[in-house]
Design a protein around this ligand. Structure first.
Ligand SMILES: [Zn+2]
Length: 147
């Protein structure tokens, strides 16, 4: 399901270039976002029908991107449970991270990448660089499509 939601968001707001730009996507979803000092990596505040995303400004750039995509996943998939600071469960956290990985490293890109790079340890690193995500994220995405 997270993969499907990510594909829908990409269809609507992605220009097909890498790295996937989150700014236009967040604007498309009518989400205001700010980089601020936080005690946690990021969170969503909902009020008056508006969504405000807060991301810890001290995170490295790639981690900030991942966190923003993760929070967007919560907004899309768990909106009804985000209210008044309720804590989400482990399953929701996992889904949001799965969404983030699928959004930042789109399915089509991974498939093409695996086709181009038949083998070699650099492929994860290069995919991570192209998509501006951590190597671990690229690695997980590749594993999703290798069998
Ligand atoms: Zn979360």
């Amino acid at each position: 399901m997270p993969e499907w939601h990510a594909e829908q968001a990409l269809k609507k707001y992605w220009d097909g270039k890498l790295p996937v730009r989150l700014g236009p996507m967040l604007s498309g979803f009518d989400i205001d976002y700010y980089f601020v000092d936080l005690d946690c990596p990021g969170c969503i505040v909902v009020g008056g029908g508006r969504c405000i995303m807060l991301i810890d400004r001290d995170l490295p750039a790639r981690a900030r991107r991942f966190r923003a995509a993760h929070e967007l996943g919560h907004w899309i998939m768990h909106r009804s449970t985000i209210c008044g600071g309720c804590q989400l469960g482990v399953a929701e956290e996992y889904e949001a991270s799965e969404f983030a990985a699928a959004l930042l490293v789109p399915r089509g890109v991974v498939v093409r990448w695996l086709w181009l790079y038949k083998a070699g340890l650099e492929r994860q690193r290069d995919l991570a660089a192209a998509c501006a995500v951590g190597v671990q994220v690229a690695d997980i995405r590749m594993e999703d499509f290798i069998f």
